[in-house]
Design a protein around this ligand. Structure first.
Ligand code: GTQ
Length: 352
């Protein structure tokens, strides 16, 4: 066809016009020619509008504290600064599938109880002693804690301490909203009754024993708070044992202790230690990933661009972009992505 089109321009012109008028006609029947759209619909490799980005904690902290003077947690329901990927402005997305935000709870405040089909995680950045109550367990939080709010679990937040608390929220909102399957509910009471003690779920389900008769097929972890106090020393042990991945450092995966699966079906998280003078090997995977520097400082080179990070900075690596971590000092990175969802669909890929 192209050979004929080049040698007979008029015929080609007529054909183009005929095609266009055909497209216009089928359009009135709500139909379209796949052959004009195939390259966009079926790309050879992941295509994304998400771009590498970093939010500095010192700037973000000053900005969210300012919001503390403008609106209460109660009035806002959740006082959160949405971290918008610069390639996805106006969409409340940090990657195409995930939402991220920084939440502030001031001393004495309560963010009232609600529940929704989206799952949430908190990664605590600053402050000490505020809590999230999830399904009747009040999790008192410290920096580095990884806290789950699974799909439909009632949750409220409060701060009985004397300092502001700031944490990173990551929710699967864009994924749930993609399916147009979102529900939400508010409760009469601002706080939920908490019949359990802080740490009950970790002790019940994360100790090698289980409450007798506990279900063993949960899609989500029954643990509410994976504390930094418990997880951080495991990284030190992995390092001592020489178990250091050349791409990721000494890394643990936050697991459902009952099944060994991911903590949540839609979002998966890791904590990794980059030893002093770590120079990682290049890596890419099909899950765009949100990182937080929990300790230390270093840099991540993404497709040749360098993002330098310090404690509590948040940054994003888009899907299928090759990246390398480097750290002059021993550092700890938290990371989270939609990998469990991609794995469940059988589409997740990685390449070293
Ligand atoms: O804490 O329940 O960042 O419902 C966004 C939506 C946090 C929460 C967010 C939410 C929450």
């Amino acid at each position: 066809m192209p050979a004929t089109a080049q040698t007979v321009p008029e015929a080609s012109h007529n054909l183009q016009a005929a095609r266009q008028s055909y497209y216009d006609k089928i359009s009135t029947f709500h139909m379209a020619p796949l052959w004009e759209r195939l390259k966009d619909l079926v790309p050879r490799e992941p295509v994304t509008k998400c771009i590498p980005a970093l939010w500095r904690f010192d700037e973000a902290k000053a900005l969210i504290l300012e919001a503390g003077d403008l609106i209460t947690a109660k009035e806002a329901e959740r006082r959160v600064l949405v971290l918008e990927n610069p390639g996805l402005r106006g969409q409340s997305r940090v990657t195409n599938s995930l939402f991220a935000g920084l939440q502030l709870i001031l001393p004495g405040e309560i963010a009232p109880a609600h529940r929704h089909t989206a799952s949430a995680i908190r990664f605590v950045l600053d402050g000490e002693g505020a809590y999230t109550a999830v399904e009747g367990e009040k999790a008192v939080m410290s920096p580095g804690d990884f806290v789950l709010t699974p799909n439909w679990a009632p949750h409220d937040h409060g701060n009985a301490s004397t300092k502001p608390m700031i944490w990173l929220d990551v929710l699967d909102l864009p994924t749930i909203n993609f399916y147009e399957a979102a529900f939400a509910e508010h409760f009469e009471s601002e706080t939920q009754p908490t019949g359990r003690q802080d740490g009950d779920s970790l002790h019940f389900y994360g100790s090698g024993v289980l409450p007798d008769g506990a279900p063993v097929q949960l899609k989500r972890s029954p643990v509410i708070n994976y504390t930094y106090a418990r997880t951080r020393p495991i990284l030190a042990r992995l390092k001592s044992a020489g178990d250091i991945d050349r791409r990721h450092g000494a890394r643990v995966r936050y697991a459902n202790p009952v099944t060994g699966g991911w903590a949540l079906p839609t979002m998966g998280a890791h904590l990794s230690l980059l030893p002093q003078n770590f120079k990682g090997e290049g890596y890419r995977s099909s899950d765009g990933t949100i990182f937080v520097c929990a300790e230390g400082e270093g840099a991540t080179i993404i497709d040749g661009a360098t993002l330098e990070w310090r404690q509590n900075d948040v940054f994003v690596v888009p899907p299928w972009k090759r990246y390398t971590h480097i750290a002059a000092k021993e550092s700890v990175l938290f990371s989270i992505s939609d990998r469990p969802a991609q794995e469940a669909l059988g589409i997740w890929r990685e390449e070293s």
